[in-house]
Design a protein around this ligand. Sequence first.
Ligand code: SF4
Length: 527
Amino acid sequence: MEVQAPLYQSYWQGREIDLNNYRELLFILHDQLNLQVFPQEVWQRSPVIVFVESFAYASFLPHHQMKLAFILSCQRHYAIELLQEGYKVLTVTTAGFHSDGLEALLVKFPHLSLSYMQPNEWETRVKMQALRAKFPHRVHCFPNNFFLADVEKFRGKINRSYRLENFYREMRKQTGYLMVEGKPIGGKWNYDKDNRKSLPKHITIPPLTTFTPDAITQEVIAQVQTYCGHHFGKLDRFFWAVTRRQALQLAMEFMDKRLPNFGPYEDAIKTGEPFLFHSVLSPYLNNGLLLPGELCQMALDRYHNGLAPLNSVEGFIRQIIGWREYMRVYYEAQMPAVRNANHFGFTYTLPQLFWDGKTELKCLADAMHNVINLGYSHHIQRLMVLSNFSNLTLTNPIELHHWFWLAYVDAYEWVELPNVLGMSTYADGGVLASKPYIAGGNYIHKMSNCCRQCPYDVQQKTGEKACPFNYLYWHFVDRFRNDFKENGRVSLMVSMYDQKSVTEKQEIQRWAVNFIENLPRYKSLLT
Ligand code: SF4
């Protein structure tokens, strides 16, 4: 049933709830929108369910307007669904953080106790712990149930010799996904080698279903534009699902129409095609509307019914029980120290183009167009284009981390920080990845159609018209050669650089240094 605006209006101020008649509150965060995951003994006691709309959380970074509208709309829709199911629901608005709004409630109603699930993000967790310290007998925290991996089992294993592949195999054994008699179905754990195809010219890409904003979302959009209209990004084309029912519809659509081609083309880029064969389900997975186990089960069903090939299903499941869970365990093990990780000591702020999207470099322009307009780009644009460019231009990875956090609809610190400071920038010095993610123009050319539409020439290595990724790449390899010597793949690149002529090396250095020093930069996000 669609939620009606008048109902929303009636609950909105919480007018009909007299908290003097209740004893217990249950706080649900905006990224924990699934009551079924909460312990039954908590919600079966019929607490008043409390949502908080925190202006401080919305504005501690200039979060993308699309992201704020998505978060708020999903939360409001979920609050109304719970109300329709018979729960008592209250929304608190606060200029402060979530804990500030809750504290005001606890002070005003001294007979109330409050339960909450361990927050996914560090700062919210710290603030809730402080609240618990203020009201030790009234505030209770229970463990976070939104993930499949047991953090305590893996926390101590996170180090240089324990990579994703080790973790993933343990998770495959734990879940039994794609396993038969203790061995991986098909005989291999990983089908990545089959999954790096460039996109054929005439392949049909199924369109993504979009949703027209209803009255609730329209109201949220107006509020975001009023209070956060100066934030990053555009909000004139809101299209995201905002309820579990809609998110499930998208999940089914992905499984039926895009999963079979997800694997082979997961590393491809096509200009003007922001979604390709990706699931685009991460926003719903990361706010609780969809659960990791149910998505894996849907993909497994497609495989076992012969509707999707093993390489695609394995690739999708690896993203969820491998990569996503690994990010979370890494975050739990490395926080808070990893927040300040900057292995190479880069000090440049972000390129201006990360804010306005203005650049002639076609691969970057296309990725930025998606981020600004949708609050989204698929993972290979995040990695191969945006993170790569940030690395090659010696940008402070902590600036990049904050930018990804604010710019993407699906970005929460627990998942975004490990991807940026661990995976793409090597800022943690190699705890998560064996090397920083860098690539020259040739690899972007191989995996995309961008170069054909670019005023720069991907074949030229130096010069006015040369693709900047080319000389920036070799400059990086040379400058940070000590970090690559031990790494098989990149140590080869160091040898290749050394074989270049003196003149060629001088040209590479000249063009790279000139590019980096003259790149327009944005003000720091860290001040
Ligand atoms: Fe990007 Fe270089 Fe290709 Fe242009 S030529 S699209 S800058 S990789």
